[in-house]
Design a protein around this ligand. Structure first.
Ligand code: EPZ
Length: 434
């Protein structure tokens, strides 16, 4: 397993370009299942979850071209011939977002066999809301041997009210509803920008969706969808991660290619703590000078402060004067990173869904373990600030959702390098696939 070796103390100075949003690209790739025609997606991030989704679609019989070059990060997906509408445990266990194929497969093929995703480091993460909604649309769903078996003659529009706000649940049902007979009204939907971006793509494919990005979405079903070309929105969580890294290293970083309008809660909370942030078109500039003041933070569904920024925020709170209470409202076990930060010298007490962070504390280098995607990012930030050389193990977690993070950070002055396992260097397969 690859590790990162990071020597702290260097201010980040320069420009970092944000990649396309992983959590917009994944549902967009699944949406290609809804049509026989090619779907072209641009600004696709070069991260492991995209490769996993490519494998998932190819295993069903889809033709997936995936190319990363200076000019474009693009995938062309053609699902004309779907030989086997199923998602195997081997792939689903590595990426729970694979359940995003469930709705499209039922809508397009009238059947689906998708592995239940199983557990996750940050929480139980059931998919009952996906299943309940698909049954309301007329699907027959059974579960056996760890798989969901679903079938439907043709889905029928329905009224769906989500008991809890679910991002991929909203996206799964949105995709299914586009080909259902009649109208579907979904209430208590997720309002994340990634949901609105998916609806933009689906409408380009001929769907009739109104209200995406708000809590009520109305879909008028159509008999078929056609191909389309779409550019994936920038990754707001990657942007927020680099804002905190720039602030904490006492640097001056220009983060370009982002969508500042998606960052309001993040920028608002960080500014409240004393981080100097300025917007300029599609760029956000952060300067890391001046003292930071502790501030409580509660994670909420969009447009609130995102749970995917909670771990990164916690590092910031260790460097602020005073006590910050961090409340994690979305997932029941998303403080694993805190225990690693304590080993680096942070003063953090966990009480159920709350973490009390007392700052300012000096962080010192240590050997630490990444447990999930965003925890890994927070440990990278902590290592950039810590005295000495930190070793972060299991960085495959970070490779799932951050494109070339060590190159991006090195380009602005960070001392970070990746060390592979002591096996012959793997010859990376070309990422452009026929
Ligand atoms: C999406 O996960 C994101 N993943 C997550 O990002 C993100 O943390 C999460 O939304 C919350 O914003 C993708 O978009 C691929 P949820 P998702 O369904 O859709 C409960 C990252 O780091 N719930 O909105 O799986 C669930 O347990 C990842 O990029 C049910 O109870 O999250 C949680 O407590 C991590 N039943 C809450 O709802 C269900 O059927 C919100 O989960 C579905 C969800």
């Amino acid at each position: 397993m690859d590790k990162f070796v990071i020597r702290g103390g260097n201010p980040l100075l320069g420009t970092i370009r944000v990649s396309g949003a992983k959590n917009a690209a994944l549902p967009a790739m699944a949406a290609a299942l809804l049509t026989e025609e090619p779907v072209i997606l641009e600004n696709i991030p070069q991260v492991q979850d995209i490769e996993t989704t490519r494998k998932l679609l190819a295993a069903m019989g889809a033709e997936v071209e995936l190319g990363y070059g200076r000019a474009h990060h693009r995938t062309t997906i053609c699902c004309r011939h779907l030989a086997s509408p199923q998602a195997s445990y081997e792939l689903v266990k590595t990426m729970r977002a694979s359940t995003l194929v469930l709705g499209p497969l039922i809508a397009r093929c009238g059947k689906a066999r998708v592995s239940l995703p199983g557990g996750c480091a940050i929480g139980a993460r059931p998919i009952d809301l996906h299943i309940n909604g698909l049954e309301k649309l007329g699907a027959t769903i059974t579960q056996e041997h760890g798989y969901i078996e679903a079938s439907a003659e043709r889905l029928r529009g329905a009224e769906i009210v989500f008991d809890k706000i679910t991002v991929t649940g909203t996206e799964d049902l949105l995709m299914a509803a586009t080909l259902a007979e009649g109208e579907t009204i979904m209430q208590n939907c997720a309002r994340e920008p990634e949901v609105a971006d998916l609806a933009d793509l689906l409408n380009k494919m001929g769907a009739q969706i109104e209200g995406a990005g708000s809590s009520t979405i109305r879909v008028r079903g159509v008999t078929s969808l056609h191909g389309a070309k779409h550019r994936i929105i920038p990754d707001r969580i990657e942007a927020g991660t680099f804002i905190i890294a720039g602030a904490l290293t006492g640097g001056d970083v220009n983060i370009v290619g982002c969508e500042p309008g998606h960052l309001d809660a993040i920028v608002g909370k960080l500014t409240e703590m004393g981080v100097k942030i300025a917007h300029n078109g599609d760029a956000v500039r952060v300067a890391g000078y001046g003292d930071l003041t502790a501030s409580d933070m509660v994670t909420e569904e969009y447009p609130g402060f995102p749970t995917d920024m909670q771990a990164q925020y916690m590092v910031l709170a260790t460097q602020a004067e005073g006590s910050s209470i961090v409340t994690e409202n979305i997932f029941e076990n998303r403080f694993m990173h805190a225990l690693e930060m304590v080993r680096m010298g942070a003063n953090i007490k966990i009480e159920g869904r709350r973490a009390i962070v007392r700052g300012k504390t000096t962080l010192s280098a240590a050997a630490v373990l990444a447990s999930d995607l965003r925890a890994s990012a927070s440990l990278v930030i902590a290592a950039l600030v810590a005295d000495g050389e930190t070793i972060i193990d299991r960085v495959y977690h970070i490779d799932r959702g951050y494109e070339h993070i060590e190159e991006k950070l090195r380009a602005v002055g960070a001392q970070i390098r990746r060390i592979g396992e002591m096996l012959p260097k793997r010859v990376a397969a070309p990422l452009v696939r026929a």
